[in-house]
Design a protein around this ligand. Structure first.
Ligand code: MSP
Length: 646
């Protein structure tokens, strides 16, 4: 009989920066679900990847002095990058899609055209508030005090030709989908979607941009690039071969069983994505699960706050399995969870070192001591065993019931109930007393057998969470060949049971010492010092500064000066302008000839080393690690000399 399929995905992450513990949380959870389904005998397709286009990446690449492709290649494939992180975290994805992959690009162009041909994409005008220096459109509600939210400068009404997707046409079927059954979970997110987005009226969606180029060109109108979310969401089908020849298992795996996503992108997955699929005439995914966020002290993790938690650092310090386990044991999957190092250390100590680790080491040590590592078949049961045996027997079903509804923390709760009960059983049965009398051997063997079974079945359930440690522990109790889902039945083992005590799987951590060590290694991640913003100026005061774009005609070092460079500039007036600037420490003259720079022209003229300077070149300056860093403002050469900054 053909295996049942299960298609599960993570969001495709932006390679705009290194990924942090929040991204790791989502991928590890998805990995545990995928591994669980494989354990249950499903033919699983687990997809993850990267969302590589868009203006933000284009800008980041520019700042880094790289092409966008070089920039994303480094974050995705470079050392310590995204692929390395997933390898380290033991992620078992079957495919990895990058939206810059050729086959994906071709599919997106075909998808766009298909929706255009069926009338769901049309050309219109995108109206909004435009910030010229940032080249960005904003909506009224995005403005801060009426100004550009990015740079704080004035914006003006503007229009841009763009393609639109008829999202409004799908409002009704999408609402029906959201209200039907369990398409979107947790259920609380359904009302949020309906009340915040559907009820106020779904507007058509702008799905092309002309203001930047780092995207997939619309093939029949190449000045336009496809909106990054249309490009990104489609990854879930292009990675199966939809409208491309690279893969051919779309029929086999689509519709996806579940898209696991963070709560902030539920809107895209539960409204826009189904509408796109409806337009394409394709089935919608069976489920979108919107998980909560990991927060720090109740607030968002962010680079600017300096509180981003590095998964490499934690995996190195505590081990990959302990980190995977902690993430899924501690935080209810659908809600936000407050991450802290204390919580991580105490979870490792309580659950892994004390409860699980102790059960493994006590059980294996006793079987070695009392039976030379081989459990005899002659055993004597007692009513004292019943409760533990019943709990072991019920565990797989209770665990599966939680895993099937994406509640890993509750599935783990069931497992640890059995582990804790087994530890208590050791105290109740007191094997060290039984061992004193040879006549008690069958009884002692039964006690040991029950402990091994409690462990074996718990470890089968824990394998999706901690694959490597469970392999090791199952080997210690000699159960390597009795660890499938069908073996997760009390007494399923046949033949001799050989046990061998091995390394300590989860050493106990000293809370104070470990916290201090973490503090020491994560110090560089502390918030950077930023100068406070200066007191307000009025727009009129600002407008008095006459700043213009200039071309560097010539540049030379000023004799006898270490610092000064002398520039002749074309400021658009037709007469060269001389400016002196103390930037020789940062630039050699030949680096600057021909460049497009910015100068303030109406500062009073001054003499420097006996030479006239009529204005000042603008630079970006910052102190980094106690040293001043200076970058001359260098603009795109297409900006003409004399253009005024406003
Ligand atoms: N590229 C889009 C997704 C496109 S999917 C078609 C994107 N990328 S992202 O890099 O910002 O990753 C977002 C996802 O990372 C979230 O949806 C969530 O799954 C995960 N997380 C990022 N920060 C997180 C936390 N602080 N906590 C938990 N998960 C978080 O959005």
């Amino acid at each position: 009989m053909e295996k049942k399929t299960f298609y599960i995905t993570t969001p495709i992450y932006y390679p705009s920066d290194k990924l942090h513990i929040g991204h790791t949380y989502c991928t590890v959870a998805t990995d545990a679900f995928a591994r669980y389904k494989r354990l249950r005998g499903y033919d699983v397709m687990f997809l993850t990847g990267t969302d590589e286009h868009g203006q933000k990446i284009e800008e980041k690449a520019k700042q880094a002095g790289k092409t966008p492709q070089e920039f994303v290649d480094n974050i995705v494939c470079g050392e310590g990058g995204i692929l390395d992180l997933w390898k380290l975290m033991n992620i078992s994805n079957d495919r990895f899609i990058r939206t810059t992959d050729d086959y994906h690009v071709k599919s997106i162009q075909r998808i766009f055209r298909k929706m255009y041909d069926n009338g769901d994409i049309y050309k219109g005008a995108y109206k909004g508030k435009y910030c010229t220096p940032c080249e960005s459109f904003w909506t009224e509600s995005q403005l801060v005090n009426g100004m550009c939210p990015d740079c704080g400068r004035p914006v003006h009404d503007a229009e841009e030709e763009a393609y639109f997707f008829r999202l409004s046409k799908y409002a009704k079927p999408v609402q029906e989908l959201l209200e039907s059954g369990t398409f979107l979970e947790p259920a609380s997110r359904v009302n949020e979607m309906i009340n915040n987005f559907i009820k106020p009226g779904l507007e058509d969606l702008c799905v092309s941009r002309t203001s930047f180029t780092w995207g997939i060109p619309v093939d029949f109108d190449p000045g336009h690039v496809v909106y990054v979310w249309v490009d990104a969401l489609s990854n879930y089908i292009t990675a199966l071969g939809y409208l491309n020849d690279r893969y051919d298992d779309y029929e086999k795996y689509w519709p996806a069983d579940v898209h696991v996503v963070g709560k902030e992108i539920v809107r895209f997955h539960s409204i826009i994505w189904p509408a796109m699929l409806m337009s394409l005439g394709e089935p919608v995914p069976k489920k979108v699960y919107g998980h909560g966020w990991l927060v720090i002290d109740g607030g968002k993790m962010s680079k600017s706050k300096g509180n981003v938690v590095d998964p490499y650092l934690l995996a190195d310090k505590f081990g990959v399995d302990a980190l995977r386990f902690f993430l899924l044991r501690t935080f209810p999957f659908g809600s936000d969870g407050n991450f802290s190092n204390e919580l991580l250390i105490s979870t490792i100590n309580t659950d892994l070192a004390n409860d699980l680790g102790n059960l493994v080491s006590r059980t294996t040590a006793m079987i070695e001591k009392y039976f030379g590592g081989i459990l005899p078949a002659a055993r004597a049961a007692d009513a004292l065993d019943d409760e533990l045996k019943t709990m072991i027997g019920e565990l797989p079903e209770k665990y599966a019931a939680q895993m099937d509804v994406f509640q890993p923390h509750l599935a783990l709760e069931e497992v640890f109930r059995v582990i804790q009960r087994a530890n208590k059983y050791i105290d109740e049965t007191a094997p060290w007393i039984l061992a004193k009398d040879e006549a008690n051997k069958p009884r002692l063997a039964e006690v040991m057998f029950n402990l091994v079974e409690a462990l074996r079945i718990s470890l089968i359930c824990l394998t999706p969470f901690m694959p490597e440690s469970c392999d090791k522990a199952l080997a210690q109790i000699g159960a390597q060949s009795c660890r499938g889902w069908d073996d997760a039945v009390y007494g399923a083992r046949s033949g001799e049971i050989r046990v061998r005590k091995g390394e300590t799987l989860f050493p106990r951590l000293d809370m104070e010492k470990t916290l201090a060590e973490l503090e020491a290694i994560s110090l560089p991640a502390k918030a950077p010092t930023v100068k406070p913003v200066l007191p307000d100026v009025t727009i009129d005061e600002f407008a008095k500064c006459d700043m213009r774009v200039c071309k560097v005609l010539s540049c030379e070092a000023v004799k006898k000066s270490e610092k000064l460079l002398k520039f002749q500039l074309d400021d658009g007036s037709g007469t060269p302008r001389q400016i002196l600037s103390g930037i020789h420490k940062f630039y050699e003259p030949e680096q600057l000839v021909g460049k497009t720079v910015v100068a303030i022209l109406n500062l009073p003229p001054r003499k420097m080393m006996g030479q006239d300077s009529n204005g000042m070149l603008l630079s970006a300056v910052k102190e980094v690690d106690g040293k001043e860093e200076l970058h001359l403002m260098i603009l795109d050469d297409s900006v003409p000399a004399g253009a005024q900054l406003c």
